[in-house]
Design a protein around this ligand. Sequence first.
Ligand SMILES: NC(=O)c1ccc[n+]([C@@H]2O[C@H](COP(=O)([O-])OP(=O)(O)OC[C@H]3O[C@@H](n4cnc5c(N)ncnc54)[C@H](O)[C@@H]3O)[C@@H](O)[C@H]2O)c1
Ligand SMILES: O=CCCC(=O)O
Length: 519
Amino acid sequence: MLKSISSSYLSRCLNKPLAKPAHLTKYYRMMTTAAIPDLKDPKLLRNSAFINNKWVNAKSNETFVVTDPATGKEIGKVPDMNVEETKEAISIASTAFKSWSSKTGKERHDIMKKWYDLMMANQEDLATILTWENGKSLTEARGEIVYGSSFIEWFAEEAVRAYGAVIPSNMPNQRYLTIRQPVGVVGIVTPWNFPNAMITRKVGAALAAGCTVVIKPGAETPFSALALCELAERAGIPEGVINVVTTHAHVKDIGTELCTNPIVKKISFTGSTAVGKLLMKQSSGTMKKISMELGGNAPFIVFDDADVDAAVDGAIASKFRGTGQTCVCANRLYVQKGIYPEFASRLAEKVAKFRIGHGFDKETTHGPLINEAAVKKVTSHVDDAVAKGGEVLVGGKHAGGNFYEPTVISGMTKEMLISTDETFGPVAGLFEFETEDEVLELANDTQFGLAGYFFSRDIGRIWRVAEKLEVGIVGANSGIVSNCYAPFGGVKESGMGREGSMYGLADYQNIKYINMGGI
Ligand SMILES: NC(=O)c1ccc[n+]([C@@H]2O[C@H](COP(=O)([O-])OP(=O)(O)OC[C@H]3O[C@@H](n4cnc5c(N)ncnc54)[C@H](O)[C@@H]3O)[C@@H](O)[C@H]2O)c1
Ligand SMILES: O=CCCC(=O)O
């Protein structure tokens, strides 16, 4: 690696000082004054679990508090369900499976389409609930509702396309056919960073295939999951097809129940690689089908021949979406020597204009991190980089509460924590490189393989690099890669299975081969 450039050099490139923007210190005012918008339909804010289309409390009457990550203030309490209640939900889902799986694809399509329409009709309320519990800006939350709803629409349309095959036979008196059947009850465990879309991406495919589900949402963001249930019921989704068990204290036990209960035929998980490995191990005893959407450590490569403006915009979109808390966020930004100063200065200049604050404040571009643990992790990554010689160009400080300044660090090296560990926060660490071979080796030197990005205008290089990156998703001259039409999923320790797209339904189906003899 080459020696990093200095900030004074960058300043000269920019022809102005890279001073820290004063507005970053104003977030306290925004944080405490942001008013929570009234919901047009207050019934969407439910504070009970949802089993068999009934709103239920924990039999123990245990609850847990959900807080606004921007202020630390309580939003409300939801039931802390336990293993017994999870067993009941699984059994109810199993009963519901008989009738839901017997419906035609068109019947399932019609109900799911109504659900999609209701989500879009209630976009603003769903976004408000999402911002409140997750912290992302209202603009981003509105976008997540469109994104999340799109999976219900997409899979409603896929419900009628569960084709089988007729296979040419080698026996004159036999015919070979395949049909696709739903796997059964699915246990779904989702994280807080996309409280709507991580649920709909799984539930859309499951329901379209004819499966029924028991969902355990992230404890930080149960209200988005419950609002989806309220709309599902209004759309006519029958009793027992969608069940949500909320918990904070019993996460491990409920996870174990979902993974070991023989009625559950599939586990679909989105979250950290460590928990994914545990759930997979626990599921092996009953040989469940598995989908794992796990952690990433995405490389973002800018070659000398890139369109710099496009690369900077791509880096911002990829790195700072959700305040850096997405699994496909760029984690290591590799910039070729010839373009490094220009890219670094332009990126720093744009990041300096970000405005952190409460997600409901109109001026906020980036919300808080989810909790104190996240702040600690980001702080440790920045401190480690600085201690090992990294130079902070913008940000670099905890800004109080769960806020961390959007940060750009120059002069990263592979000895630093960020090169191996997913930061999951608003820190863009810039590594300088010289050759294509060198950067490919660096980019692939990780056990993760979810997303990888690069910017180049050389068509040969675009093919080469896209083929050589060891990831499930490539952004070639593109910083935003997620949509319902394309397959989402990783390789290596980033998981298995694909969500969304023409491939997503198959993860919730078994192929049955029928040998018809006596012909
Ligand atoms: N690949 C993807 O699609 C994707 C999407 C979002 C997040 N992620 C990853 O998720 C991580 C951040 O999310 P997180 O911190 O909430 O992850 P996490 O693994 O801690 O939690 C995810 C979910 O698992 C539950 N959980 C935690 N321990 C459990 C246990 N022992 N048994 C059963 N369930 C358990 C949590 O309550 C939550 O619902 C990052 O690594 C990120 O990359 C991946
Ligand atoms: O955080 C992971 C999911 C992000 C996405 O769907 O783009």
